[in-house]
Design a protein around this ligand. Structure first.
Ligand code: BGP
Length: 479
């Protein structure tokens, strides 16, 4: 499959988030982060939506982020394995509460800063570029308790201080940055996306879009600071992408597909084009929403747009206005979708659509005319270790190779893509379900949903496959 050769400087690698990998949730002075309040099990979803029973962990619940896969202590061993696969880049996030444990401390926590210094040094030692997300589902819990998180304007300056601190500290080590992971998550799972907790009877939309405005301004201020402090760095936004298909050619379905795409594009339109689009203003008017803005906000947004568009792609989505059709829904990254009768699904109901990857990349290119960076893509599956200690994850190889082939097609369509960091190159905690058994890795981690296991690492079949892909500059994807 594929004889396309990717550019020599293409950034092949993998992507992680602090809260899903590091563990050590209170070590070396770290404060509590929002994900530390997300247990496994049925309560998780409702908490992610903003029904948060308590801002301290509860007795009797299991919180998978507290230990995760112990990347905090084992990153050297893990990075050596990434280097063996030939990684050119590793996307990680900084835990805000490691640097500012309460989010508003007078001085940063030196032990936290030192951890990331060591992590970045280790990557650079192996010739791996760190690609760093400032906020990957991450707000210090103190800021949620005290200010209501991103509903408050206060977060803008606190985030700016945090961003400036890490830019200054790592300016010689990190040249690729991203502001908010999957910023459109805020509309669907507002607690995980923005630390929003709702009380009975509140106007959820009003709070969400006000919080979105604060994140958008904070993102633009981070872009500004990054350009000033590290002039040779690139800083991007990050969208949970996956275009909507209308279920039929009925114009009502087509229009709804466009509207649903715009719900997500809204964020990137502001971050990349620098202003609120007309359709958003109309939406606010139609829904009686008033967004409080400060006099300089429009200027800040206009002048500090992102350098590249980072995005995750797991699947396309489908939408319909027909009440019968929408009875048949399926789940997916961030939000559900009408089941697409032409496509298969993963065990978790996520649609598998490699061609949709090419479509989405082309649409993002057409809309923004900026380099794209694929910072997440992958296949969550429940792997089994054979009695011989092997993991034969052919299904993952199949998913990835079909997606990489379509990415090659997109490049040949003229879409500029600077890199591909597949999600979870080593098994980590699932963001949506909190499970360990939803695995994405090339490297298996011996740990189960309840936190049992040796944490030992095992190379899967896909490890050797991905190594070959990188080694051949994407030419050799296998049969
Ligand atoms: C995205 C997130 C990641 C990640 C991934 C896979 O939404 O940015 O943090 O986890 O999806 O999702 P999951 O872990 O739920 O399978």
């Amino acid at each position: 499959m594929s004889s396309f050769i990717f550019p020599k400087d293409f950034l092949w690698g993998g992507a992680l988030a602090a809260n899903q990998a590091e563990g050590a949730y209170l070590e070396d002075g770290k404060g509590l982060s929002l994900v530390d309040l997300l247990p496994t099990g049925e309560k998780r979803r409702s908490i992610m939506k903003g029904n948060v029973p308590s801002l301290t962990p509860l007795e009797g619940e299991f919180y998978p982020s507290h230990e995760a896969i112990d990347f905090y202590h084992r990153y050297r061993e893990d990075i050596a394995l990434f280097a063996e696969m030939g990684f050119k880049a590793l996307r990680v996030s900084i835990a805000w509460a490691r640097i500012f444990p309460t989010g508003e401390d007078a001085a940063p926590n030196e032990a936290g800063l030192q951890f990331y210094d060591d992590l970045f040094d280790e990557l650079l030692k192996h010739g791996i570029q760190p690609v760093v997300t400032l906020a990957h589902f991450d707000v210090p819990v103190n800021l949620i308790a005290k200010y209501g998180s991103w509903r408050s304007r206060k977060l803008v300056s606190l985030f700016e201080t945090y961003a400036k601190t890490v830019f200054a500290r790592y300016k010689h080590k990190v040249k690729y940055w991203m502001t908010f992971n999957e910023i459109n998550m805020l509309l669907h799972l507002p607690f995980i996306g923005a630390g929003l907790v709702f009380q009975e009877g509140e106007n959820v939309k009003q709070i969400q879009y006000q919080a979105a405005h604060h994140q958008l301004v904070a993102s633009a201020l981070a872009v500004k600071a990054c350009h000033e402090i590290i002039p040779d760095a690139k800083i991007g936004c990050m969208l949970a992408a996956g275009s909507f298909y209308p279920y039929t050619c009925n114009p009502e379905d087509v229009y709804q597909g466009m509207e649903k795409d715009r719900e997500s594009y809204f964020f990137i339109d502001v971050q990349s084009r620098g202003e609120y689009p007309g359709y958003a203003k109309r939406f606010f008017k139609d829904h009686g929403l008033t967004i409080e803005m400060e006099p300089d906000d429009a200027d800040i947004l206009k002048h500090h747009t992102v350098d590249y568009i980072g995005f995750s792609y797991y699947s396309s989505r489908t939408t319909s206005t027909d009440p019968e059709v929408i009875k048949n829904m399926t789940s997916g990254n961030v939000f559900g979708s009408v089941a697409n009768p032409y496509l298969d699904k993963s065990e978790w109901g996520w649609t598998i659509d490699p061609k949709g990857f090419r479509i989405t990349a082309n649409q993002l290119h057409d809309r923004y005319q900026k380099p794209l960076f694929v910072v997440e893509n992958g296949f969550g599956a429940n792997d089994e270790v054979s009695p011989e200690g092997e993991v034969n994850d052919d299904y993952r190889i199949d998913y990835l190779k079909r997606h990489i082939a379509e990415m090659g097609e997109a490049l040949q369509d003229g879409v500029e893509i600077i890199g591909y960091t597949s999600w979870g190159p080593i098994d980590i905690v699932s963001a949506s379900s909190g499970e360990m058994r939803k695995r994405y890795g090339y490297i298996y981690v011996d740990r189960d949903n309840e936190g049992n296991g040796s944490l030992n690492r095992i190379k899967k079949k896909s490890f050797h496959w991905y190594k070959n892909v990188i080694h051949s500059d994407g030419e050799n994807l296998g049969e």
